[in-house]
Structures are given as C-alpha cells and as structure tokens.
Design a protein. Structure first.
Lengths: 117, 130
C-alpha cells in the first residue's frame, strides 16, 4: 500500500487552506499510511493557546490532537522553522519530530505520494 | 502513465487551474491516461458555470468543461469545498433549497476520498497549489 506525506505550509487562520488540508489528512488516514510535515508558518497550526473564535474561525490545533487516534504517527517539521519562529516543543499541542534540512530531504524521499497544502 | 491532477487555486486569484489545464492537455496529447482531475479548496470555484468573463478573456470554466467532454475526463469537485463556496449541482441545490444550481457541464460533485483514491490508483498525483 502506498504511503502519503501531507505537507501543510499555510498559517492556521489566513485562509481555509489549513483546515481543508487537515480534512484531507484525516480522510487519507482512513485509507492508508499517512504522515504529516508542517512547513514554515504551518507550525502555528499546532501552537498552544489559540483563540480561533475571535477571528470567527474554527480551531485547527484541536484536530491535530486527534491525529494519533486516526493512526497518524509521524508529524515532522524542520528545526530551523521552529527556531526561526521562537517556538519550542513546549509551545505546541502535540509532539513533533524536528529534523535538519538533510533529514527533511531524506524523510520526503521515503514517501510514494506527497501532497502539499 | 496514469496521472491524476489536484487543483487548489481560485480561477481568478491564481494561475493554478490554467497551468493545470495546460499540463493536462500536454499529458493527454502525449498519450498518458488522466485518471481524475480533483478540484479542492479555492479550486472549487472553477466548477461554477456562472463564471462569465468578458468574451476576449480566457474562459477557464468553459475550457475545462470542453476539454473534459472531448476526452472523457473525470472532473470532481470536493463537496465540502464546493458547498462552502456556493458551487452546487442539482442534487445539492435541491437539498439546500437554493434558487438554482450552478455546477458547470462535465463537473461532478465528489468526496475527499476520491482525492486519496486518485493518489492510490495513479502513478503520479500532480498538485497545482493555491
């Protein structure tokens, strides 16, 4: 069975892309092996203490907490993207595997299908 | 080669649907098998038959419809993306009691599962981002 890597690259509330990408991740996890990579400002999708209601949007961070129940084991990010944004693991609602650039490249080469949102 | 296409960009705020159409035409004319074209996120707007650009502009919705009819392509618009953006086929228009439906010819409502299936059943899934 093919495996999917979904690459989320959008900030959480600038458009529907984060939410619609997440919907695709959840749907994919029902059919096959799915991993997720959070790129750039997409890391804010899993930032703690978001108050999405203030911008009339739905919180996306909560859905990430459910990923494990959907069988999504691996959530990756680049350590540079984390440090560039002054974020540490403690600021995030779920644990992520942070990788250097070479590791990111090698992880991505392990997937049959990569879908970017 | 079996190829599926995912289009995420809005027809008038992105080049996504235009580049994807050029790519799909090239794929078909090179003898590849285009399994499915999946419109998601802002790409759902491409399926709106009420898109009525001036006559001297490229009519992206019409162009996709015509090409799909000519080559028997499957154009799927994700139902969640489409409803959110006011693109409804006859069934959905009845269900939500809107005054009319507006899904363009050759476009069909479908579900996200068809995007995943497109990935699984094709040799390549090519995404044209927002």
């Amino acid at each position: 069975m093919k495996n999917f890597l979904f690459v989320q690259a959008a900030s959480p509330h600038s458009s529907m892309l984060a939410k619609e990408g997440l919907d695709a991740i959840l749907m994919g996890s029902a059919f096959c092996s799915v991993s997720v990579m959070l790129k750039g400002d997409a890391l804010f999708q899993i930032h703690k203490n978001q108050h999405a209601g203030l911008t009339q949007t739905k919180p996306v961070a909560n859905s990430f907490k459910a990923l494990k129940e959907y069988g999504v084991e691996n959530v990756y990010c680049s350590e540079k993207d984390l440090s560039d944004r002054g974020l540490s693991q403690d600021d995030l609602v779920i644990g992520v595997t942070s990788l250097d650039t070479a590791e990111c490249k090698s992880i991505m080469s392990q997937f049959d299908i990569i879908v970017g949102f | 080669m079996k190829i599926s296409i995912a289009i995420l960009g809005s027809p008038y705020a992105s080049q996504s649907a235009h580049t994807a159409l050029n790519f799909t035409k090239a794929a078909v004319s090179s003898g590849h098998d285009v399994i499915r074209v999946f419109f998601y996120h802002e790409g759902a707007y491409v399926g709106n038959q009420f898109n009525t650009p001036p006559q001297d502009e490229f009519a992206i919705t019409q162009q996709w419809s015509d090409f799909a009819v000519k080559h028997g392509l499957e154009l799927i618009v994700c139902v969640a993306s489409a409803l959110r953006r006011g693109v409804l086929d006859e069934t959905e228009a009845k269900r939500y009691d809107t005054k009319s439906d507006n899904m363009a010819a050759a476009f069909q409502i479908g579900g996200l599962g068809q995007l995943i299936d497109a990935g699984l059943s094709s040799d390549r899934l090519v995404t044209f981002s927002a």
